[in-house]
Design a protein around this ligand. Structure first.
Ligand SMILES: NC(=O)c1ccc[n+]([C@@H]2O[C@H](COP(=O)([O-])OP(=O)(O)OC[C@H]3O[C@@H](n4cnc5c(N)ncnc54)[C@H](O)[C@@H]3O)[C@@H](O)[C@H]2O)c1
Ligand SMILES: O=P(O)(O)OC[C@H](O)CO
Length: 544
């Protein structure tokens, strides 16, 4: 079987080297391995392709490493692929659409493909992984190969491993395993294309986050925490987009690599130098995937309404585009809690709506700090049981929200859900509408009851947290008063509710004309108002 490698960057060249050594040893593959080269003219005026064929080295993207005498560089894409029935795609993901368009309709016969490309495309109807772009545009089956694979280390034959993800045939996957495996490069196969591909892709966003932490010299604990949280978001997002993704697929590292290195330099410059500038200066033609992947992931999250569920991914993108400072990489949690929590509370139909309200009715005489919007009053157990409980309920609500979203997608024609599931539901709706109605109403009641229950628990939890907060100073309370006066009408309803609940719980009389003297109010109520104002400010910041 003739093999062609489409791409000849850093990893593309190493892939060609691995394949070339096996092609010579294994009888089922042709000895000669073609490598398509995006033609460039080197500073000495020589064409890159000519230099590779003359020296047997990719002098620009992998200098100092012999590729194998059976590697033939070819600058003509169509010519490079025309004989092959095993195609290995390995270029930066932003070029894949153009490459597939050029090859569309030109791939005939019994051809298998594999993608080593880390990245995704975002279309109007959702994300598309590069393997499906290849499959759809070229009409071929496409596996993937991903791993913690820093190309330069594999080029030096340091031990590494990778995973082939396959969709259709185990036999084809095993052929790819054979083609790539060497004593220093261990390859295994799993029946999970999307899981493997998303791991490789999303890992680059986490690597950017890890680079920020390194650039700010935040230390190993912080980096480990960010990587762990990143892994959690990788897993959650992969499962949301592709429910078939397997947990066992999630292992990667982001301690080395270009994404991490350039992000480190970005953070060291305080975000003043752009990624484009640093990429050009530090990588000399090699391409980062993490920054564009962060943007693509952000687009998907934004489109699906999932931004609050993936605060680390969202934060990485906002840092990359300069909307947030690199230091925000460790403040993503506050955004997560406040932005998510309060909109749920605000929107709950269980909250009574009050009539006309103006803050002056409250006669607020004391206020809290303006800083309080960003810095919640310090709680003695911020790393202990309180935050664990808060995390638990937050996770519960998030998982519920995810399920609700997926359910709503089932009714959406542009669904990201597998077509088969949609078809089953359509069929059931036609054949047994009353059963469908019963299931839907049972599910809705269940969700509403659970949301109500969680809301109640959250209210109790917030009261507990507020009990442990220190008393606010007069200045802080004054600032809170000012902030409350500036709140939009719909948020003021929530302020009234907090005050009313408190008054009722402590047996005090409450009417529309009640005057609240913040200095005399207990600290639980003041803290609750403080949390509420902070949440509104954060939500508005994100929306602006
Ligand atoms: N380098 C690694 O350590 C490594 C490891 C695993 C996976 N990957 C992934 O492999 C993929 C390819 O990365 P790489 O490291 O081989 O490339 P690279 O970043 O080293 O090099 C960039 C490549 O893009 C080519 N190019 C530039 N402009 C182009 C255009 N307009 N059209 C087509 N090609 C163009 C260049 O000629 C060069 O071959 C990426 O998705 C990357 O994430 C890289
Ligand atoms: O050097 P990076 O950051 O592009 O990462 C390369 C590979 O993806 C490492 O697995």
């Amino acid at each position: 079987m003739p093999v062609t490698v489409v791409g000849s960057g850093n990893w593309g060249s190493v892939a060609a080297k691995l394949i070339a050594s096996n092609a010579l040893k294994l009888p089922s593959f042709h000895d000669e391995v073609r490598m398509w080269v995006f033609e460039e003219v080197l500073p000495n005026g020589e064409k890159l392709t000519d230099a590779i064929n003359k020296t047997n080295e990719n002098v620009k993207y992998l200098p100092g490493i012999k590729l194998g005498s059976n590697v033939v560089a070819d600058p003509d894409l169509e010519n490079a692929v025309k004989e092959a029935n095993m195609l290995v795609f390995v270029t930066p993901h932003q070029f894949m659409d153009g490459i597939c368009k050029k090859l569309s309709g030109k791939i005939t016969g019994d051809v298998e493909a594999i993608s080593l490309v880390k990245g995704m495309e975002v279309k109007k109807d959702g994300p598309r992984m590069i393997s499906s772009l290849i499959s759809k545009q070229l009409g071929v089956n496409c596996c993937v190969l991903m791993g913690a694979n820093i190309a330069n280390e594999i080029a030096l034959e340091k031990f590494s491993e990778a995973t082939v993800g396959y969709r259709e045939s185990r036999e084809i996957a095993d052929t790819w395993v054979q083609l790539f495996s060497t004593p220093y490069f261990m390859v295994t196969a799993v029946h999970d294309v999307e899981g493997v591909e998303l791991c490789g892709t999303l890992k680059n966003v986490v690597a950017i986050a890890a680079g920020f932490v390194d650039g700010l010299e935040m230390g190993n604990n912080t980096k480990a925490a960010i990587m762990r949280i990143g892994l959690r978001e990788m897993r959650a997002l992969s499962k949301l987009l592709f429910p078939s993704v397997k947990d066992s697929t999630f292992f990667e590292s982001c301690v080395g690599g270009r994404n991490r290195r350039v992000a480190e330099a970005f953070a060291q410059s305080g975000g003043k130098r752009s990624f484009d500038e640093l990429e050009a200066e530090m990588l000399q033609g090699q391409k980062l995937q993490g920054v564009s992947t962060a943007r693509e992931v952000y687009e998907v999250l934004n489109y699906c309404g999932w931004l609050e569920m993936f605060p680390l991914f969202a934060t990485v993108h906002q840092i990359c585009i300069g909307r947030l400072k690199p230091e925000a990489i460790v403040h993503y949690r506050e955004q997560k809690v406040f932005n998510f929590l309060f909109p749920v509370v605000f929107r709950s139909p269980a909250i009574p709506i009050y009539g006309d309200f103006s803050p002056s009715h409250l006669g607020l005489t004391v206020a809290m700090t303006k800083r309080a919007a960003e810095e919640a009053p310090p709680s003695p157990d911020s790393s202990g049981i309180g935050s664990k409980i808060l995390g638990y309920y937050r996770d519960q609500i998030q998982s519920l929200a995810r399920r609700m979203h997926l359910t709503s997608q089932l009714r959406d024609k542009n669904s990201l859900i597998d077509g088969e599931v949609e078809e089953d539901i359509q069929l059931l709706m036609k054949s047994d509408p009353s059963l469908m109605k019963d299931i839907a109403s049972k599910y809705t009641n269940d969700v509403v009851a659970r949301l109500d229950n969680m809301r109640e628990q959250l209210e109790k939890l917030l009261d507990n947290v507020a009990t442990t907060c220190r008393t606010m100073s007069r200045g802080e309370k004054r600032d809170l008063q000012k902030s409350i006066k500036e709140l939009p009408g719909e948020n003021l309803k929530r302020v009234i509710e907090i005050i009313k609940d408190h008054y009722v719980a402590s047996g005090k009389e409450f009417s529309d004309e009640v005057i609240v003297n913040m200095e005399e109010e207990d600290s639980i109520m003041v803290s609750r108002l403080h949390f509420c104002v902070g949440a509104v400010k954060n939500a508005r910041k994100l929306a602006s």
